[in-house]
Design a protein around this ligand. Structure first.
Ligand code: CP
Length: 312
């Protein structure tokens, strides 16, 4: 259930919640694409984007989504905040809570910080990603993008490839897509995955042929060099050759395979530019487009009282 504390991760949502958020996102998309306001239901409410870590897509997308629901948006900038003077994350959030926002959208580099903050705050939170734990709205927009193209999730072979170990997207995807019946498999070097991913209901393979053969959906993940303290693969050149997606590996998949990536892309490392920009297969920009509708829906279902598609 979407609880009063908000959306912390897809681990906590059931299949019905996920379908409800995605269904509403589809119903909001036409209005969103025209740039218009979908509903005045959040008029006068304030959404605070509390980003303690860098973001291009998620922060912009949440801001646009909240404004299209007629909410006011405040963007907290950690670089110019009193964090620089030593104020803690909890104190920062509690002080801003005293200004009575309706919702926090929070990104933080520490895994589990949403759980911690939700114990100290009364205001609902939507996670915009915490460390290597979860990125629930990315998982939801990935589901929407697959539904958009394939009209179903159940039974599809979804390959998630790359730096699984550091990826909050991989976790949210397996929680969400697993609940909707996808056959998820992870492909990465052994140093970039841990045993617990297999226990989440996915197959783990280190073999490209096994991974990509007959894939319906390929989700390539960014190598997160900023989260790696030691070299987890010999060289970027070798990584690109063995684990990156190129035309030859793509040829193993189904002819109508779609390729996704949460961004930002390391072009030529995990994904060739040719595939990233391929009109036939790449749905990377569609993911970003769907992200606004998904976030409108997530906000609406968290603080807009939504229990079904918005009646336009
Ligand atoms: N996909 C994603 O989370 O991108 P940003 O880090 O730019 O928000």
């Amino acid at each position: 259930m979407i609880s009063e504390r908000g959306i912390i991760g897809l681990k906590d949502l059931d299949r019905g919640d996920i379908e409800r958020i995605v269904d509403t996102a589809f119903s909001l998309r036409q209005t969103s694409l025209k740039g218009g306001k979908a509903t005045p239901s959040l008029m006068g409410q304030t959404v605070v984007n509390l980003f303690f870590e860098a973001s291009t897509r998620t922060k912009t997308s949440f801001e646009i989504a909240a404004k299209r629901l007629s909410a006011n948006v405040v963007n907290f900038s950690y670089g110019s905040s009193s964090i620089a003077k030593g104020e803690t994350t909890i104190d920062t959030a509690r002080n801003i809570e005293s200004m009575k926002p309706a919702l926090f959208v929070i990104r933080h580099a520490s895994s589990g910080v949403m759980e911690l903050l939700s114990k100290h705050l009364h205001t609902p939170i939507i996670s915009a990603g915490d460390g290597t734990n979860e990125h629930p709205t990315q998982g939801l927009l990935d589901i929407m993008t697959i539904m958009d193209e394939k009209k179903r999730i159940d039974g599809l072979k979804v390959v998630i490839a790359g730096d699984i170990y550091h990826s909050r997207v991989a976790r949210s995807d397996i929680y969400g897509m697993g609940k909707l019946g996808a056959k998820v498999s992870f492909f990465s070097p052994p140093t970039l995955i841990t045993d617990d991913f297999a226990s989440l209901g996915a197959t783990v393979t280190y073999d490209a042929q096994e991974a990509f053969t007959d894939a319906d959906v390929i989700i390539m993940l960014r190598i997160q060099l900023e989260r790696q303290k030691t070299g987890l693969f010999p060289s970027t050149r070798e990584y690109a050759r063995i684990f990156g997606l190129n035309e030859q590996k793509l040829g193993l998949a189904r002819p109508d395979v779609i390729v996704m990536h949460p961004g930002p892309i390391n072009r030529g490392l995990e994904l060739s530019s040719c595939i990233a920009d391929s009109a036939a297969h790449s749905r990377i920009m569609r993911q970003v487009e769907n992200g606004v509708s998904v976030r409108m829906s997530a906000i609406y279902h968290t603080i807009g009282g939504g229990h079904g598609p918005i009646d336009h």
